[in-house]
Design a protein around this ligand. Structure first.
Ligand code: ATP
Ligand code: MG
Length: 399
């Protein structure tokens, strides 16, 4: 058996030795059949979390009420989930209560799409009661059971359908697509964090444009943060196909298409509940992008932006202008490399030097003077040497 399944075999064997059944399930089995890279291996078992804890010495509770336990084995961690049925769905969201069950088939039945409802035993034999393999062959995303019912149980599944469409370049089965167009409004009930996870995966998928188009045509976008009245702007986003961007670059391009500026960018990203650090990075890219679209980089902006933002902004600028030649990215990164200083700490003068020279204590003047010197160094008006800077300040009548 191939990795990463092979390393996880002892988990399955230990559960079986104790009299339980256990299988590989979910995305890892789907990706294995597809020949895609496999990230995390999920295991489903008939053992309850309490029963698992008696078998494995090292476990972490990560969702015990849903039957999920993290089992630590050697240097790896495996998510092992008790077979469960989700009976009572409340308010179109995740079930309020789950029932632990002993049947694999019933566990597979509660899963979202047939491609995600295939199990694999320790010998590599597939258990596929909902014809997931056939769907994989047909490259089709189809709900397990009636789409309308499944989307009404948990509306997030509609977003998941689109993200799998984007990630796997599969098409949506007719009934699944129709249900999506009908029931988009149910997404209003879903926590933003869950929608964000799926939306970001959609953005990063190879078939993003088609998935995005379905999101627009089905009116699903109306139930996503900050997008209600933005259909026209969102259609602009469809133009940017077949390019390689990272997540923050996608967000920045998205913001550009929406025409958001200044404070609006932050409010929008906060609504999507992005982490603060990520918000800061996207704001920086967005601001420099707008500037870059108006004018070429100057040394000071290169210095303020730094390598990662320069490369992101340049990539986005070329994308927006429809240029395929990426060599200007290297040009500007080289220009950044040749700057006389890369950070304030590399300046040859310190605040203390300035206070000594001016015979003054600290205050707003100090920061202003440091800023002037910093700019002058970057714009090659003065060399980054202590004596030269002192002379330059004298010449400018600043001392
Ligand atoms: P990825 O490769 O992105 O992790 P995945 O298919 O493993 O994709 P997960 O979100 O990790 O997706 O979920 C693991 C499995 O749990 C899915 O394959 C599916 O069987 C089931 N699942 C996840 N979310 C839902 C849901 N909202 N409704 C029903 N089943 C779900
Ligand atoms: Mg997964």
């Amino acid at each position: 058996m191939i990795e990463p399944f092979h390393s996880a075999l002892p988990i399955i064997s230990s559960l079986e030795k104790a009299g339980f059944s256990a299988f590989f399930v979910g995305g890892s089995v789907r990706d294995y059949i597809l020949g895609r890279p496999i990230h995390d291996v999920d295991v489903a078992t008939s053992a309850t979390p309490d029963e698992m804890k008696l078998i494995f010495p090292r476990t972490i509770d990560i969702g015990i009420e849903h039957g999920t336990l993290l089992i630590l084995h050697k240097e790896f961690a495996y998510e092992v989930t008790t077979f469960r049925a989700e009976k009572e769905y409340v308010d179109f969201r995740r079930p309020k209560q789950v029932t632990f069950i002993r049947s694999l088939k019933d566990d597979l039945q509660r899963r979202d799409f047939t491609i995600n409802a295939i199990a694999m035993d320790k010998h590599g034999v597939l258990i596929d009661p909902f014809n997931g393999q056939e769907a994989i062959k047909k490259r089709e995303i189809k709900t397990v059971g009636k789409a309308e019912e499944r989307f009404s149980e948990d509306a997030l599944r509609m977003m998941r359908a689109l993200r799998f469409e984007s990630q796997l370049s599969f098409s949506l089965e007719k009934g699944t697509l129709e249900a999506l167009s009908k029931l988009g409004f149910l997404l209003e009930k879903i926590a933003v964090e869950r929608k964000k996870t799926e939306f970001e995966k959609l953005l990063l998928g190879a078939n993003r444009t088609l998935a995005f188009k379905h999101m627009l045509d089905s009116n699903l976008y109306q139930y996503l943060p900050g997008l209600k009245d933005k259909k026209e702007q969102l259609y602009k986003f469809l133009k940017y196909d077949s390019i390689q961007l990272n997540l923050n670059e996608w967000w920045s391009l998205f913001i550009f298409c929406l025409g958001l500026k200044n404070k609006e960018v932050e409010l929008f990203l906060r609504e999507w509940k992005l982490p603060l650090q990520q918000i800061r990075e996207i704001i920086k890219i967005s601001q420099f992008l707008l500037k870059r679209l108006q004018q070429v980089w100057n040394n000071y902006d290169l210095y303020m932006a730094k390598e990662m933002v320069i490369s992101s902004v340049e990539k986005l600028c070329l994308t927006i202008k429809g240029k395929k030649d990426l060599s200007s990215i290297t040009t500007f990164l080289n220009l950044y490399q040749s700057l006389p200083i890369k950070s304030r700490s590399e300046m040859a003068v310190t605040g203390q030097d300035l206070m000594d020279w001016f015979h003054k204590t600290g205050g707003p003047w100090l920061n202003e003077t440091i800023l002037n010197v910093e700019r002058a160094i970057l714009e090659d008006h003065v060399k980054n040497e202590k004596i030269t800077i002192k002379e330059w300040l004298k010449e400018c009548n600043q001392i």
